[in-house]
Design a protein around this ligand. Structure first.
Ligand code: RFL
Ligand code: PHB
Length: 390
């Protein structure tokens, strides 16, 4: 089997299949260091934690991760809404950076000798509608060809796998939001919980990576570049959007990483065409507000690996359900992330009326255990479905 893309989705799938004795190879366009240097997700649903543990990837996460059992939302400059996910749903989240998961995955691949080809250029997928697909790529100037049973596209939003599905078969759904997130990483003690903010100056978020590494975000203009944002300007804006007692928890320190990400929702359906399957960001993107992107990638891989293991044991029913089952979870996360994004951001041209309705929704959640339970249920992640039989 060929897996295109060695991000979290591709390298986790490789690891699970390798453990099950299924022959697979990952083709990754970038260098190992480049993939390890990308700063992205930080919050894992408990289902993700369990998938990682079940596949022998829990040791560092359990030693270094930080368990969160509250979601905190500051609003109107002084109010603070705290949802206790343990109380509401009996569930928690794990703070553990994507960079660390990626390192754990690459280390696991080194330890067991599963194969990841870095700097694989010009990957192309052929004859995907036949029983005998093949993949070509160029490595160290040499053209290579692999004949395989299946191809899995885990090559992210800008990958090539999705484009292999003819346009006549693919349906795409896209929503672009009129703002981005500017994120920094700083060596300073983080706010000790997840802290989101709705403020008339715009959204803000305080998260963490470890006890001496904080991750902060502020909503910014799509046209902004990181050069427009000195560290001083960043902290001025972040602290202007938070209540004074929360600001007291932040000790500004120089940024060691600074980047801007646009916010979008995107889904491509179906997740299967012939012998090609899509998983993770290759098929869907959510705005980071709900902390769902990496978790969806892990859920896809969970479903797909189960289905593929069944195929090699002679049962093809699960693989025929993969696209439908995975897409149900995807749309649930797409809807939730859209809702969180609408609730917490300042939209261009937002009127005082719209600001008040956002604030009223936050007031309602503050006072309603039912609303808190719904937020906690979705944020901590819905249970996995079973793939079932035909
Ligand atoms: P990735 O990580 O994009 O990996 C795809 C890999 O494919 C490679 N590739 C190719 N390889 C070969 N040939 C080609 N033609 C190729 N084209 C691309 C790429 O080099 C890359 O290595 O997708 P994957 O594996 O599906 O993983 C998805 C996650 O990375 C993503 O959903 C999350 O980072 C999203 N996300 C968050 N998710 C969460 O669950 N919780 C969070 O708290 C969270 N926070 C975030 C986020 C994403 C963010 N950004 C930057 C968009 C915060 C931010 C700011
Ligand atoms: C992060 O820690 O990077 C993070 C946390 C929560 C989010 C998005 C990103 O919703």
């Amino acid at each position: 089997m060929v897996i295109v893309g060695g991000g979290p989705a591709g390298s986790l799938l490789l690891h699970i299949l390798h453990n099950a004795g299924i022959d697979a190879i990952v083709l990754e366009r970038q260098t190992r260091d480049y993939v390890l240097g990308r700063i992205r997700a930080g919050v894992l649903e408990w289902g993700t934690v369990e998938v990682l543990r079940a596949n022998g990837l829990g040791r560092n996460m359990d030693a270094e991760g930080h368990v969160h059992d509250t979601i905190n939302i500051a609003w109107r400059g002084s109010e603070l809404l705290t949802v206790d996910t343990n109380l509401q749903m009996g569930r928690q989240m794990m703070g553990y950076g994507q960079t660390r998961i990626q390192k754990d995955l690459y280390d696991a691949s080194d330890a067991v000798g599963s194969e990841i080809v870095f700097e694989a250029d010009d990957v192309a997928i052929h004859d995907i509608e036949t029983e005998a697909p093949w993949v070509t790529y160029c490595h160290n100037g040499v053209n290579e060809r692999i004949d395989c049973d299946y191809v899995v596209g885990c090559d992210g939003f800008h990958g090539i796998s999705r484009q292999t599905i003819p346009k006549s078969i693919r349906t795409e759904y896209l929503k672009e939001y009129p703002f981005g997130w500017l994120g920094i990483l700083a060596e300073t003690p983080p706010v000790p919980y997840l802290l989101y903010a709705n403020h008339h100056r715009g959204f803000a978020l305080c998260s963490s990576r470890n006890p001496m590494l904080a991750r902060f975000y502020v909503q910014c203009e799509l046209t902004d570049s990181v050069d427009d944002w000195s560290d001083d300007r960043f902290y001025e804006e972040l602290t202007a959007r938070l209540p004074a007692d929360q600001v007291a928890l932040i000790s500004p320190a120089p940024s060691i990483e600074k980047s801007i990400a646009p916010l979008r929702s995107y889904v491509a359906e179906p997740l299967r065409h012939g012998r090609l399957f899509l998983a993770g960001d290759a098929a869907h993107i959510v705005p980071p507000t709900g902390a769902k992107g990496l978790n969806l990638a892990v859920a896809d891989v969970h479903y797909l690996s189960q289905a593929l293991m069944a195929v090699y044991a002679g049962n093809t029913s699960g693989i025929n359900r993969y696209s439908d089952v995975a897409l149900r979870r995807v749309w649930s996360a797409v809807r939730f992330s859209f809702w969180m994004t609408n609730l917490l951001h300042r939209f261009p041209g937002q009127t005082a009326f719209e600001q008040r309705t956002q604030e009223q929704e936050l007031r309602y959640i503050s006072s309603s255990p039912a609303a808190q339970q719904s937020l906690a249920e979705q944020y901590t992640g819905l249970p996995f479905e079973t793939l079932g039989a035909d």
